[in-house]
Design a protein around this ligand. Structure first.
Ligand code: IFM
Length: 451
């Protein structure tokens, strides 16, 4: 068992346990599934990051991935057959605009046009994310997210995508997981562009929000509706109840869970983070706070796990050391703690996102999945899903305006620095043959959606 629930063949939750109109979906992202080598896409900074020895397990890249670029009808058929209501996907900036700016790639726009129509034809709602990390390499060479010009580059790209498919998508998120775009990629250094530089990180932490706000303004000016953003949240627990560890967890919480939502909802940046990165911020950042605080129509919450932090006075700011926890873990080594989902939904719904519809835009786990006799039994994932659906129901019972739940991910796919070594899908992908095999969790979810 896991996810704090006993495992049976069926999930405990059913569609009928959720409010009428609640959306169930699955999520993917362009670079992780499409195959970046198809359709005249330009190179992205993930291609160059992956081509650099030591960055990605096995040196894997997204050039072929799940070949969704060609196999999307089969993948959407799987979604439809499971009874999903919505498909969350991303457009690739490098596919749409190989040069980052300027003339779009007609093959790229045609692909997303067909995809959106395919989602609609199958009776599902398309949920678009404009940026899920495939920054055109040419823009990375100009400093990428550390360059203030990215606000204009991004909003031009957003307008191009809107002009082509904006009339048919149910909702649009500007950016997926700005914490990963900025902090994980420029401070921790494990995602492209792989920097470990507090000044670059501070600039990216600000510019990712400036780009969001600028694109929101540009899209609104075109009449776009249902605009939001997808943030990832991770519980930051103190390793002990000492004041020092509690303060360390507070710093981690401010970086991960407060910086983005507080700025976007007009509260400015948390002082706990400015204490560290303030001296490295771009000049005049205060003047951008109004642009950043554009009204949102909805908030996407991605939740996977929690982390434990101890004070580390021997280290520079933020002087936190991650401590291994003792809860059951996924194949990523991430602790399984469904109550964290309820906590974040309530924290957002009763706090900065009060009054906004909220979606769980990602939740899922990587498992040690093995195909046996053409089938894949993944009871741990079923327990994980069950536990998190129960947490979502509890949040709704506490008054959170939760409108939907997207499982991450539909397919096993390219898990960034882990290459193809981690499998999050409810559908198994054989990367040699591209054969898709629905896992037991897919079938269990499908039965739950029919009940
Ligand atoms: O695969 C990623 C996804 O791209 C963004 N959210 C977390 C997932 C699992 O690591």
């Amino acid at each position: 068992m896991t996810g704090d629930r006993p495992v049976t063949d069926d999930l405990h939750s059913a569609r009928s346990d959720f409010p009428p109109g609640f959306l169930f979906g699955a999520a993917t992202a362009a670079y992780q599934i499409e195959g970046a080598s198809f359709g005249s896409a330009g190179p992205s900074h993930w291609d160059s990051f992956a081509a650099t020895p030591g960055n990605v397990v096995g040196g894997d890249d997204g050039s072929i991935a799940c070949e969704h670029y060609h196999r999307w009808p089969e993948d959407l058929d799987l979604m439809q057959a499971a009874g999903f209501d919505a498909y969350r996907f991303s457009t690739s900036w490098a596919r749409v605009m190989p040069d980052g700016t300027g003339t779009p790639n007609p093959e790229g726009l045609d692909f997303y046009d067909r995809l959106v129509d395919g989602v609609l034809e199958r009776g599902m709602k398309p949920y678009l994310t404009l940026y899920h990390w495939d920054l055109p390499a040419v823009l990375a060479m100009k400093g990428g997210w550390t360059n203030r010009d990215i606000a204009g580059w991004f909003s031009n790209y957003a307008e191009v995508v809107y002009d082509r498919i904006g009339d048919r998508v149910a909702a649009t998120a500007t950016i997926n997981e700005p914490w990963c775009v900025a902090w994980l990629s420029h401070f921790v250094g494990v995602h492209a562009p792989g920097l470990r530089d507090i000044r670059a990180a501070a600039h990216a932490m600000h510019h990712v929000l400036l780009a969001h706000g600028t694109a929101m303004q540009a899209l609104r000016a075109k009449g776009a509706k249902d605009l939001g953003i997808v943030l990832n949240f991770e519980t930051a627990s103190p390793a002990t109840d000492t004041p020092a560890d509690i303060a360390a967890a507070g710093r981690a919480d401010a970086i991960f869970n407060r910086w983005f939502i507080e700025a976007m909802t007009g509260q400015g940046y948390p002082q706990e983070v400015l204490d560290g990165i303030g001296p490295h911020m771009p000049a005049g950042w205060q003047d951008d706070l109004d642009t950043i605080a554009q009204p949102l129509d909805w908030l996407g919450v991605n939740y996977y796990t929690r982390a434990l932090y101890a004070d580390a006075p021997d280290m520079p700011w933020p002087a936190c050391r991650a401590i291994e926890g003792t809860l059951p873990k996924t194949a990523m080594g991430w602790e399984i703690r469904p109550e964290g989902l309820r906590e974040f939904l309530v924290r957002m719904g009763q706090g900065p996102a009060r009054g906004l519809p909220i979606y769980v835009t990602e939740n899922g786990m990587a498992g040690d999945d093995i195909l046996e006799g053409g089938a894949l039994h993944d009871p741990v994932r079923m327990g994980f899903i069950d536990g998190h659906l129960a947490a979502a129901r509890e949040a709704i019972a506490e008054g959170v305006d939760l409108r939907g739940f997207f499982y991450w991910s539909l397919l096993d796919n390219y898990e960034w620095a882990f290459g193809y070594a981690k499998r999050f899908g409810i559908v198994h992908v054989d990367y040699d043959t591209q054969k898709r095999t629905p896992k037991a969790s897919y079938h269990a979810l499908s039965r739950a959606l029919a009940r």
